[in-house]
Ligand binder design. Sequence first.
Ligand SMILES: NC(=O)c1ccc[n+]([C@@H]2O[C@H](COP(=O)([O-])OP(=O)(O)OC[C@H]3O[C@@H](n4cnc5c(N)ncnc54)[C@H](O)[C@@H]3O)[C@@H](O)[C@H]2O)c1
Ligand SMILES: O=c1ccn([C@@H]2O[C@H](COP(=O)(O)OP(=O)(O)O[C@H]3O[C@H](CO)[C@@H](O)[C@H](O)[C@H]3O)[C@@H](O)[C@H]2O)c(=O)[nH]1
Length: 328
Amino acid sequence: MILVTGGAGYIGSHAVKSLLQQGFRVVVLDNLSTGHRWAVDKNAVFIEGDVGDAAILHSVFTQYPVKAVMHFAASCLVGESVREPLQYYENNVVCSFTLLKAMLQHHVRKIILSSTCAVYGIAKKEGLVESSQLAPINPYGHSKRMIEQMLADFSGTYGLQYVILRYFNVAGAAWLEGIGEVHDPETHLIPNVLLHLLGGKEHVTVFGNDFDTSDGTCVRDYIHVLDLIEAHVLSLKLLLEHENVAKIYNLGTNTGYSVQQIIEACERITHKKAKIVLQGRRLGDPAWLVASAEKIRQELGWRPKYSLEDMIASAWEWHSNGARKHKN
Ligand SMILES: NC(=O)c1ccc[n+]([C@@H]2O[C@H](COP(=O)([O-])OP(=O)(O)OC[C@H]3O[C@@H](n4cnc5c(N)ncnc54)[C@H](O)[C@@H]3O)[C@@H](O)[C@H]2O)c1
Ligand SMILES: O=c1ccn([C@@H]2O[C@H](COP(=O)(O)OP(=O)(O)O[C@H]3O[C@H](CO)[C@@H](O)[C@H](O)[C@H]3O)[C@@H](O)[C@H]2O)c(=O)[nH]1
């Protein structure tokens, strides 16, 4: 059985569906702080609770034969982390510590961690590799960096085995399966543009056009959630079929798009025109984050199948149709 923390969230809910489709049994632990009960596939066991609650973890590990953990649960907004660092260190570092301690107490030694390219900080304009310098510039990136360090330390001393996946910007939806991104408030760029084009938001805000990039807006590397989950399944198989695994992989597409280019792509795909309002920079944003995902390609044979157009089109379908059912 696989324990999926944060399995009611955007990415976790896609992972749960995929694991079930691959024949794994799944138990989800989620406190529903940003996730949704409806997003959890009904064939998974759902436990509403906090990853920082040692008693709940004890009961989960006692009740279910958990072979590995996929740890998605976290606070994960860059700007919010600058405003609320206490929350980020508590929900990410402290809760992950409690989870890891419970795992070790119950002899569960395999984990996949959702990490982030925010651990790199200010990057040079070339594909970031896993060995690039780690110098986060916001509390969110620091908190994930600290969890990564715990895994490395616990691996050496206690035999913890892990795959750390550093995601770049995740987008798209498995909308035909009835899941996609729903955050309230929504802060991510692609859904914000699409929600505006659907009439739900007055305009699109662009945070800063004075960065050192070709058009002055921030550049990110966007990856389809289904490609991302495919990498999780490969990582899980690696962990389950081998001993002493301790791996770090970037998950991106090696291609950067500026905020301006993303808005234009959304306009092209939806045949609608966006109203743009320029604001100052958002706290904690680096100018440029683009992956080299060569390592996971070489070692696990993973490569992304979906384009930026696929991400935007599937998110558009989701926001136009699927997500509406869940709004009151
Ligand atoms: N969305 C991205 O582009 C992106 C990029 C890099 C990394 N990540 C990482 O991926 C993971 C999932 O992100 P997401 O976009 O799906 O976010 P999300 O907010 O949609 O999902 C997070 C889920 O975790 C749950 N949760 C949070 N704290 C919890 C706790 N203490 N106990 C139990 N449940 C808790 C929430 O209720 C939610 O269901 C996070 O770890 C995030 O840091 C996301
Ligand atoms: O309405 C908006 C929303 C965002 N942006 C900009 O668009 C870029 C992307 O922002 P967003 O979609 O919020 O993603 P990130 O801040 O890059 O963070 C996401 O991607 C990170 C990896 O880069 C993950 O670690 C985080 O968890 C996840 O929230 C940034 O430059 C933002 O300033 C805007 O200009 N207007």
